[in-house]
Design a protein around this ligand. Structure first.
Ligand SMILES: [Zn+2]
Length: 135
């Protein structure tokens, strides 16, 4: 188990306030895996809007995030499913930084979109070329 100061540094580096870093693994040739969990113990029911902490089941999966110093970074998240203690309906918790059914963070998606837009600009510039100067 990693020590508290190490995990604290990872929390500062990833800078996603909704998550706490529980542990980490560095897998050579794969990348850095940070095991994270939402800080908030309760979640809002999507049907009635009331908060519940009645855990139904855990659902852990890998989400790709921004790389650190050329190493790929993955968050192993636990998107918990609750059973509402008020209306009894099951619901899945919400993350601000990762949309449902996505395997990458919002900020990684933004970075890739920005790169695509930029590379399009470069391609357009290349296609159009610099004006030829003839001697
Ligand atoms: Zn409810």
């Amino acid at each position: 188990m990693a020590s508290f100061p190490q995990l604290n540094i990872f929390e500062q580096i990833i800078d996603l306030p909704e998550f706490k870093v529980k542990n980490y693994r560095f897998i050579k040739g794969f990348g850095l895996v940070l095991i994270v969990e939402k800080k908030e113990k309760k979640a809002c029911c999507t049907s009635c809007g009331k908060k519940s902490d009645k855990l139904h089941q855990n659902y852990r999966y890998l989400v790709r995030d921004l790389p650190i110093m050329k190493h790929d970074v993955y968050l192993k998240v636990n998107r918990r499913q609750f059973k509402c203690s008020h209306c009894q309906k099951p619901f899945t918790e919400h993350f601000d930084s990762i949309k449902k059914t996505r395997t990458y963070t919002e900020r990684l998606a933004e970075k890739i979109i920005a790169e695509v837009v930029e590379s399009d600009v470069k391609n357009v510039a290349q296609r159009n070329g610099e004006p030829m100067i003839e001697n």
